[in-house]
Design a protein around this ligand. Structure first.
Ligand code: GLP
Length: 269
């Protein structure tokens, strides 16, 4: 059942919807993805999704799987591209995003294996730039992303685009590439890897330019630990020190879905 937002805001040109709880925010994200599949399918005969990992989107995938099981949603004419992947990592290693996507979505739905694209954590580092460029070409050849699902790191990262010293203009031009993880990101991944010293310190990530090119960008953030990054990103200014603030560059195509805890820093907005 669809729960309406309890609050709607417009900040830095972006739509922000605050839901009564994290569950209804995740359900709203799943509904937007389903609509994107249906709309793009109707217009072009296929839909192209950008997908995210982490704790936050797990409930989104659970909703999509439920809809598929109910016979209400098919992925037959869908292609997916994931935001990021650790490097180096094997696809059957549980912290890998290949493994995550398989567990939470791919193995439960009728998505063709050759249309479920995740950056390859086994690519030799010397070929990482070629692989990243090829991934971008796949997305372009597929006619671009209809919808990009995003989460936010506590440090404001999107995908694995970490805080950096570039100007906003340079940062919004960043392409898909191999990056070093920020200390906050490594600390947050420690539980997933078992301990901080086992966290893989590099990753492949879709670039900010690639993310911003999506026709719809769905940012889902839940929990009080995201409140500071969410408020700074939505209040602006745009800065590469807080990559999520750069979503304002594509403001008209961005929607933020929050729970009350993640929206806490917006009080008075
Ligand atoms: C990871 C992923 C991001 C994700 C973020 C938040 O670092 N690379 O794409 O958005 O963490 O994850 P969580 O939802 O677990 O808080």
């Amino acid at each position: 059942m669809k729960t309406p937002p309890s609050r709607t805001l417009f900040l830095s040109g972006m739509d922000v919807k605050v839901y009564p709880d994290s569950e209804s925010a995740a359900a709203a994200a799943a509904l937007l993805i389903e609509q994107a599949i249906v709309d793009a399918g109707g217009k072009r005969g296929k839909a192209v999704l950008g997908l995210a990992t982490g704790t936050t989107p797990k409930r989104v995938y659970a909703h999509l799987v439920d809809r598929h099981r109910a016979g209400a949603l098919s992925f037959r004419d869908v292609s997916t591209y994931n935001l990021d992947e650790y490097h180096p990592i094997a696809p059957n290693d549980p912290p890998s995003y290949h493994y995550y996507m398989h567990e939470h979505l791919f193995k439960h739905v009728d998505l063709a294996p050759d249309r479920a694209h995740v950056l390859d954590g086994t690519i030799p580092e010397a070929f990482a730039a070629d692989h990243a460029a090829l991934f971008e070409r796949f997305i372009e050849a597929d006619s671009g992303l209809d919808a990009q699902l995003l989460g936010i790191g506590r440090n404001g990262h999107i995908g694995f685009n970490e805080p950096c010293d570039l100007s906003p203009r340079e940062a919004v031009a960043l392409k898909t590439r191999l990056v070093e993880l920020h200390p906050t990101t490594k600390a947050d991944a420690a539980a997933e890897f078992g301990s901080l010293d086992r966290v893989i310190p590099k990753a492949l990530t879709l670039g900010i330019a690639t993310i911003l090119s999506a026709r719809l960008i769905i940012m889902l953030a839940t929990g009080g630990h995201k409140a500071e990054a969410v408020a700074a990103a939505l209040r602006g200014p745009m800065t590469a020190q807080l990559p999520a603030s750069l979503l304002a560059h594509a403001a008209a195509r961005v929607i933020w879905l929050l729970d009350p805890a993640a929206a806490r820093g917006l009080d008075g907005a």
